[in-house]
Write a protein that binds this ligand. Structure first.
Ligand SMILES: Cc1cc2nc3c(=O)[nH]c(=O)nc-3n(C[C@H](O)[C@H](O)[C@H](O)COP(=O)(O)OP(=O)(O)OC[C@H]3O[C@@H](n4cnc5c(N)ncnc54)[C@H](O)[C@@H]3O)c2cc1C
Ligand code: SF4
Ligand code: SF4
Length: 449
């Protein structure tokens, strides 16, 4: 029989919005179950280097919340899991969740010996492919829960199941925690309300052939630059081309796939500001570099966000108004040329750069349509959760009792995602209290694995 986890609120997605929402539900004295698809919570913010507008270290803000979540009485974390059904209605939902096997038991001490001996390497999703991970892995140093995950598909495909990890964990570490035969487990959750916080997915700009992404090694995405700038990233925070002699030239191209009728017609909202942030961080790392930002419009919509633009300008960052139409490799791929129309100064121009960074559109996760069918909610034209009454009740979806916050309901920065999460927690908690439910869950623990 599948174990039933009764609680008050089901939070779907463990990025900053979902984490904040679950913490606020628990603060109100109610119970929350947080279901996260990935092996660790943290979402996109865990991947960032510094965060605008303050340029605080991103993980220094998020990691304490991740730890709080894992130790707060009233919150139960179910990571590496998928929602597969949602029956019932507001006040009395019955959710079915499949916990995928980790193939590593929860007593794992994260000693990392299995990872050291594993011979299989595949691109690391968390690092946006800027480094490789082993088949048995922990996504990042701040992962919560701190249990390793064995990617059985990568293991079988490339390693043929050498069992080195099993041997070292059993014989050397003395734990015997690896279970190749672990099966998925079905969990039933009875909850009063649901909050969807499934966040964003950066668009892969490969189809935009004119920008040469995937063909030229020095054309990268802004998400990849975040990992290269990050001291816990693959290069310990040093962007390789900035070590070149002379004055390395870096171009950031905004609106790649955003506000483009061929791809995503909407504005991804955060790119203008994070491009200014990244330009500042590049200049701070290498003051002799030349940084140029190509833009259509500058939309620094938040309080004090244009301060970052002024800081970038004061450091010598140049802004060129015009959408480049071609990026091509020159000097045997060592450098890149960008062709663009300068709509301010006039004329068609070509300039050479050492690194081109694409600020790619931010989309809902690709499986959002399938999730919407499970949740019984509508999506808008861009694939974000649709609010039937955005002015009066902006966090409600088309199914009563199901709320949305953060990037799942449309582009939002961290501060907005956190504010929305707190508001969604209040609505979801009010629904639980209104239905006479206050089933504070047991002390935080991951459901089984
Ligand atoms: C390159 C880049 C730089 C940025 N820089 C900044 C910055 O400096 N300052 C700033 O304020 N903002 C910045 N942002 C935006 C910021 O990342 C978002 O505002 C923030 O991450 C939104 O949080 P979220 O929780 O809504 O979504 P996410 O952080 O995307 O989290 C969503 C979570 O839901 C999980 N999930 C997805 N689908 C499911 C499912 N079906 N079931 C269960 N779980 C699921 C995901 O695995 C993830 O853990 C930047 C974004 C990018 C791409
Ligand atoms: S060797 Fe065992 S205890 Fe150590 S990280 Fe691997 S699974 Fe966990
Ligand atoms: S059995 Fe698989 S996961 Fe374990 S060490 Fe060998 S390749 Fe790596």
């Amino acid at each position: 029989m599948s174990p039933a986890l009764d609680s008050d609120v089901l939070v779907l997605g463990g990025g900053i919005a979902g984490i904040q929402c679950a913490l606020d539900v628990a603060d109100a004295g109610l119970g929350a179950v947080l279901v996260e698809r990935a092996p660790s919570i943290g979402g996109t913010m865990a991947m960032l280097d510094k965060t605008f507008p303050t340029l605080d270290c991103s993980v220094c803000i998020e990691a304490p919340k991740m730890l709080d979540l894992s130790s707060t009485r009233g919150i139960r974390l179910v990571a590496h899991a998928d929602l597969v059904a949602l029956e019932g209605g507001a006040g009395a939902f019955r959710a079915t969740v499949i916990q995928r096997p980790r193939h590593v038991l929860p007593d794992c001490t994260a000693c990392g010996r299995c990872e050291e001996v594993c011979p299989v390497e595949v691109p690391a999703e968390f690092d946006q492919g800027t480094r490789r991970r082993k088949a048995i892995f922990m996504p990042h140093v701040h992962s919560v829960p701190r249990t390793y995950t064995l990617d059985l598909e990568a293991c079988r495909r490339w390693g043929g199941g050498c069992r080195e990890c099993w041997v070292v964990c059993r014989e050397e570490v003395g734990h015997n925690l690896i279970d190749f035969w672990q099966k998925p487990e079905t969990l039933t959750l009875n909850v009063a309300s649901v909050v969807v916080a499934t966040g964003l997915q950066p668009w892969d700009p490969t189809p935009l052939e004119e920008y040469a992404y995937g063909r030229e090694r020095n054309v990268i995405t802004a998400a990849q630059l975040e990992r290269l700038l990050n001291s816990a990233g693959p290069t310990q925070g040093s962007v390789p081309v900035l070590a070149r002699e002379g004055r390395p030239r870096v171009a950031l191209i905004q609106c790649v796939g955003s506000r483009d009728l061929r791809w995503m017609d909407y504005c991804s909202k955060v790119c203008c500001t994070y491009a200014a942030k990244q330009a500042v961080l590049v200049k701070e790392q290498c003051p002799r570099s030349e940084v140029v930002v190509f833009f259509m419009d500058r939309r620094y919509y938040g309080k004090d966000y244009d301060v970052l633009y002024r800081r970038a300008r004061s450091l010598g960052v140049e802004y060129r108004r015009g959408r480049p139409w071609r990026v091509a490799g020159i000097e045997r791929g060592e450098r890149l040329s960008i062709c663009y129309e300068d709509t301010t100064g006039g004329g068609v121009r070509e300039e050479a750069f050492d690194l081109v960074v694409l600020c790619a559109a931010l989309q809902p996760p690709s499986d959002q349509p399938a999730l919407a069918r499970i949740l019984g909610v509508d999506l808008d034209g861009a694939g974000f959760l649709r609010e039937p009454d955005p002015l009066r009740r902006p966090l409600e979806t088309t199914r009563p009792g199901v709320f949305a916050c953060g990037f799942a309901r449309g582009p939002a920065d961290v501060a907005e995602a956190v504010a929305q999460a707190t508001a969604a927690a209040a609505s979801a908690a009010a629904m639980a209290v209104g239905n006479g439910r206050t089933t504070a869950a047991p002390a935080a623990e991951e459901a089984r694995h």
